[in-house]
Design a protein around this ligand. Structure first.
Ligand code: PMP
Length: 408
C-alpha cells in the first residue's frame, strides 16, 4: 500500500464531478423536520410519523413464498438484463389490458424500481442542456434525476386553486424550448388524479412542441375518485411516451426494487444498453416473485390499497368537522395534501410546531416545491386508530393556531 506524507491534502485536492456534486441543487429543502422526527423517535419519544410513502404492511406471504421458491430453485445467478421473458410479458399484458394499447414484451424494460425507470427514461430522452419540464409540486427526486441525465429541470406550477391539475396555458409558455415533460398521476404529493381534460391538454402540448412525455404511473392502483387514465393511450401518444411503473406501491414491495419502463421498442432497446452499463438487471428471484404477483390480478392490489382508502375516508370525515384546514381533493395515492394557510404559518413552520407540540410528524408542502407552500402532506401510512388520533391532534393544533391569528 502506498502512503503519502500528506495523504489528507491529496484526498482534499480530488474533486468529484459537477454532475454528482450538483445533483440535488443544494440548500435547505424542508426535509429537516423529517430528520428531526427520526431523531426524536430514536431518542424514545412517541412520535407518530406521517411522512414518507411506505406502507404499514409488508409484502404478502405468498409473494415471499414465490421469491423463496425461485431462489431455492437456483434463480440466483445473473438474470436477463432486459427482464425475464415471463415478467416482461406479464407487465405488457397488464398494461395492454388496462389501457387498451397494444403492448408486447419488446416494449418493456424491467428496472430496479420506478426510480431506476425514471433515471433510464431521463437518460434516454435528454441531451446535456436540454430543458425538462416537470410539474410542481413534485416527487422529491425529479429535479435531481433530470439533472443527472444532463437536463435542466424547469418546474411548471400546478396550483391549489386548480386542484393541483396542471394547466395547458402554463405548459404552453415553457414547452417551446423543452425536450421532455415529466408528469405523475395519481400524484405524489398532492393526491390529484389527472382528469381527461388535463391529459388531453398534456397530450396537445407535447404533440404541438414535439416533446417526449415521461408518465410516472407508480400509484396507478390507488385511485379513490375518478379513474386512472394513462396518457400513452391517447391518440398518437404511444410513440412519444415512456411510462414508468413499479410494484413498490401496488404490492407493498418497496424493498424488492422492482419496476419497469414501457415505451416504443427502438428506445427500449437503447435503454437495455443503458441497463447493461448500470444496473445489469434485477435479481431473478425478485422477478419471479413479481411475475407470480402480477398473475394474481387485481385482488392483491386492492388489498394493499384498502388501508389507504379507509384512512382517506377518516381524513374526509375529520376535515369536514372543522373549518380551518382544507383538504385538496383526495383522488389517489397514499397522501392527503392539507391547506393550513388559515393558521398564518408556512408549511414548514406548521410542521415544525406540530412536531414539537403534538409529536406528530408531517411533511411541509414546501419540500415538494413552491406550489405547495402553505400546505402539509400527510401520509396515510399508520394504522387507522393511530392515524385518526394524529389527524385529530393536527386539526386541533391548527384550530388553536388559527384562533391565535384571528380572535374572531
Ligand atoms: N415516483 C413517485 C411519484 C414516487 O412517489 C416514488 C416512490 N415514493 C417513485 C416514483 C419511486 O418508487 P420506487 O423506486 O420504489 O418504485
Amino acid at each position: 500500500m502506498l502512503t503519502f506524507p500528506s495523504g489528507c491534502s491529496l484526498a482534499r485536492s480530488m474533486k468529484s464531478s459537477q454532475r454528482i456534486s450538483h445533483l440535488t441543487g443544494g440548500g435547505s429543502d424542508g426535509w429537516d423536520v423529517f430528520y428531526r422526527a427520526r431523531r426524536m423517535k430514536a431518542a424514545g419519544q412517541p412520535v407518530i410519523e406521517l411522512t414518507i410513502g411506505e406502507h404499514d404492511i409488508r409484502t404478502a406471504p405468498d409473494i415471499l413464498a414465490a421469491m423463496d421458491a425461485a431462489a431455492r430453485a437456483g434463480h440466483t445467478g445473473y438474470a436477463s438484463v432486459p427482464g425475464t421473458d415471463a415478467l416482461r410479458k406479464a407487465v405488457a399484458t397488464r398494461i395492454a389490458t388496462r389501457t387498451g394499447v397494444a403492448t408486447g414484451p419488446e416494449n418493456i424494460l424491467i428496472t430496479p424500481g420506478g426510480q431506476a425507470g425514471l433515471f433510464a427514461a431521463a437518460m434516454a430522452t435528454l441531451d446535456p442542456g436540454d430543458r425538462a419540464l416537470f410539474v410542481d409540486p413534485y416527487y422529491v427526486t425529479y429535479p435531481g434525476t433530470l439533472r443527472a441525465a444532463g437536463g435542466v429541470p424547469v418546474p411548471v406550477a400546478a396550483r391549489p386553486e386548480h386542484a393541483f391539475q396542471p394547466q395547458a396555458a402554463d405548459l404552453a409558455v415553457v414547452a417551446p424550448d423543452a425536450r421532455v415533460l415529466l408528469v405523475n398521476s395519481p400524484n405524489n404529493p398532492t393526491g390529484a388524479v389527472y382528469d381527461a381534460a388535463t391529459l388531453a391538454d398534456i397530450a396537445g402540448v407535447v404533440t404541438d412542441h414535439d416533446l417526449w412525455l415521461i408518465s410516472d404511473e407508480v400509484y396507478d392502483t390507488q385511485v379513490w375518485e375518478g379513474e386512472h387514465l394513462s396518457p400513452r393511450a391517447l391518440p398518437g401518444m404511444a410513440d412519444r411516451t415512456l411510462v414508468v411503473g413499479s410494484m413498490s406501491k401496488s404490492h407493498a414491495m418497496t424493498g424488492s426494487r422492482i419496476g419497469w419502463v414501457c415505451g416504443p421498442e427502438e428506445i427500449i432497446v437503447e435503454m437495455i444498453n443503458l441497463a447493461t452499463h448500470t444496473t445489469y438487471g434485477v435479481p431473478g428471484y425478485i422477478q419471479d416473485a413479481a411475475t407470480f404477483a402480477l398473475g394474481q390480478g387485481e385482488t392483491p392490489e386492492e388489498a394493499v390499497a384498502a388501508p389507504f382508502r379507509r384512512r382517506r375516508a377518516i381524513t374526509a370525515r375529520l376535515v369536514a368537522g372543522q373549518n380551518v384546514v382544507r383538504a385538496a381533493p383526495m383522488q389517489g395515492a397514499m397522501y392527503a395534501m392539507l391547506d393550513i394557510r388559515a393558521t398564518g404559518l408556512s408549511g414548514e413552520g406548521f410542521a415544525n410546531a406540530l412536531l414539537d407540540a403534538e409529536r406528530v410528524a408531517v411533511m411541509p408542502g414546501e419540500s415538494f416545491g413552491a406550489a405547495a407552500a402553505g400546505h402539509v402532506r400527510v401520509a396515510l401510512t399508520v394504522d387507522d386508530a393511530a392515524f385518526e388520533d394524529a389527524l385529530g391532534r393536527l386539526l386541533r393544533f391548527a384550530a388553536a393556531r388559527a384562533g391565535a391569528v384571528s380572535p374572531a
